[in-house]
Ligand binder design. Sequence first.
Ligand SMILES: C[S@@+](CC[C@H](N)C(=O)[O-])C[C@H]1O[C@@H](n2cnc3c(N)ncnc32)[C@H](O)[C@@H]1O
Length: 267
Amino acid sequence: MKHCYLIGIGPGHPDFLTLQAVDAMRRVDVFFLLEKAGRGKDELTALRREIMRRVRPHGDYREVRVPSPPRPRAVDRDGAAYRAIVADWHAEKRRIFAALLTRELGNGDSAGLLLWGDPALYDQTVSMVQAVVAELPERVGVTVIPGISAVQVLAARHRIPLNRVGESVQIITGREAEQVDPGCVHNVVVMLDYNASFQRFVGQDMDIYWGGYLGAADEVLVSGPLDAVLDELLRVRAALREQKGWLMDTYLLRRRESPEVDAGDDG
Ligand SMILES: C[S@@+](CC[C@H](N)C(=O)[O-])C[C@H]1O[C@@H](n2cnc3c(N)ncnc32)[C@H](O)[C@@H]1O
């Protein structure tokens, strides 16, 4: 029987690997690396390879690198068009996973895919691999190893919990942040935001806790009342994009508490 480990590696630094991730990486015969094209993607592939070398310093594993189909720019499209574009992209990725598991993995061998952050958050690799495995004529076991997500690192770096007592927290995309009613937002984490959607929330009594390249050596943090830090944030984001050619950022928007609410500790 073949086996496939889907391993969460955290958001940008080998120190975020869990012991379980290290253990799974040590069992792997071959690592599948889906390489994205574009500025910054080399850096992300290099980081995965550094993690592999750190965990397997003797290099006693195989590495299969395949180009990852580029994510089509669908963020500006309406719901149905967006879903259709993403569905095509996923179908292409499933074909790649099927080919890798069939042709590049020997019987009795294990493959590893290193997934950014936590595999359960804005990453459909788990469901794609599950769908592929269900269709294959041979048996392939699948194990998912959770990882530390960018969201957790954001909260840790800003030394905040994600929610206050008795409140909930939502995690949404930049695309949703452009549509949501700002009046309904209390604690919302925004990921995959290409358009600085936090600008919509100005004048809403919000604080923002923003992090770029979280966990990496060039991590940048900005926080404060949104209205007060907006210009700084726009400047910082533009400068970082200019310098590096790419930016990965995550932020929490939180409605400021009215003074009578008790923000005590519920442990
Ligand atoms: C496709 S999602 C993957 C999320 C990942 N599974 C996780 O658990 O963090 C990519 C988005 O995650 C966020 N992200 C991932 N790594 C990050 C980092 N090092 N710093 C800031 N945001 C990051 C960004 O919002 C980015 O657009």
